[in-house]
Design a protein around this ligand. Structure first.
Ligand code: DAH
Length: 340
């Protein structure tokens, strides 16, 4: 190897050492070995050399190329190693650092009670049917045996949105819609929002109800009582009992108010049951024959019972809440307490 080539190697070595990254090193390498680079140009000189010296010259240039290739390969390897070490350092993860804790949401108590009710009643063969929130006067009142001048309309302060259009005051409207569509046997559960112009510690202008309807041949008040007992045992306490008190609703005859034996004191009397041993939970009754007739169901062949309960009321009883507003304010300190 002559001096010129030795100098070329030294120069390449210096430049390769000075290259700061793979890209710069590649550029240096191309300057020597790439097309038009220094080594290929040396080969070009072959023509100018005497014939007999050409093999020796070719051998020399090839040796030079190999040397340079080795040189660059070694430099490349060192550079890759360094770059990898740097990357590992930069991307290092401290596995001993505490993880990020995500705040977990909870189901709203009204949603929980609603799902629980659906669970209980679908276990008894009820199907869920949801009616519209904006109802006609007909479905909300008239077809439920509550004509225009009926005093029972005053029991429910209604929000009207048109002359004959209103925000439903009760999920009972769903009874009519379903009976128009489906012939008995019927076992329907209808949850939903209802609206009334009413606002105090235990009433809210918007709340939720759960309606139930059973229509078939030979349905009696005993079937209602049996089903309510099962409901009270599952919802409140294994030992809970129910009692029926006479009441009035236009769409049921007879109508009853349903009480559950106090699950806190077991019926002896305590602040929750106001010393009576009983807690009022829902309204129910045997479907009024006029209601069946209004839906084209023959009351001489079929009979049925219906019930309606306020979901917020059940939630307040179950969780011991003193004010219904807790359920609409959505304070996370309150909602966060309802975890499984
Ligand atoms: N709709 C009644 C209310 O809002 C509740 C009710 C009572 C529903 C008796 C019924 C029933 O289906 O049979 O107060």
């Amino acid at each position: 190897m002559d001096q010129e080539q030795q100098a070329l190697i030294e120069e390449a070595e210096k430049l390769a050492e000075g290259a700061e990254d793979s890209k710069a090193l590649y550029d240096v390498k191309m300057r020597y070995l790439g097309r038009g680079g220094k080594v290929p140009s040396l080969m070009q000189r072959m023509k100018e050399i005497a014939q007999e010296l050409r093999p020796a010259f070719g051998k020399q240039v090839n040796a030079l190329r190999e040397k340079l290739e080795e040189l660059f390969a070694a430099r490349e390897a060192r550079m890759k190693e360094k770059e990898m070490a740097k990357r590992l350092e930069e991307e290092a993860v401290d596995v001993t650092m505490p993880g990020k804790k995500r705040a977990e949401g909870t189901l709203h108590p009204v949603t929980r009670v609603k799902s629980e009710l659906i669970d209980i009643f679908s276990g008894m063969g009820f199907e869920v049917f949801e009616g519209p929130e904006v109802e006609t006067d007909h479905y909300n009142f008239t077809a439920l045996n509550t004509p225009a001048d009926h005093p029972a309309r005053d029991m429910q302060d209604t929000f009207y949105v048109g002359e004959k259009l209103l925000l439903r005051t009760q999920t009972s409207a769903g009874q009519i819609r379903l009976m128009e569509k489906k012939k008995p046997p019927i076992k329907m559960l209808s949850p939903g929002r209802v609206f009334r112009s009413d606002d105090d510690a235990t009433h809210s202008p918007m709340f939720h109800q759960m309606e139930g309807l059973v229509v078939d041949k030979g349905i009696t008040l005993c079937d209602l009582k049996g089903m309510l007992d099962e409901f009270a045992r599952t919802m409140f306490a294994e030992t809970a009992k129910t009692r029926l008190r006479p009441s009035y609703f236009p769409f049921t005859e007879p109508s009853v108010e349903v009480d559950v034996s106090c699950y806190v004191c077991g019926g002896h009397g305590c602040p929750l049951c106001k010393g009576t041993g009983w807690i009022e939970v829902l309204g129910a009754g045997m479907v009024n024959r006029h209601v069946l007739e209004n839906c084209g169901v023959d009351p001489d062949v079929y009979s049925g019972f219906a019930f309606g309960m306020g979901i917020e009321r059940i939630a307040m009883l179950k969780y011991g809440l003193g004010n219904i507003k807790l359920l609409t304010e959505n304070d996370v300190r309150f909602l966060g307490q309802f975890r499984d």
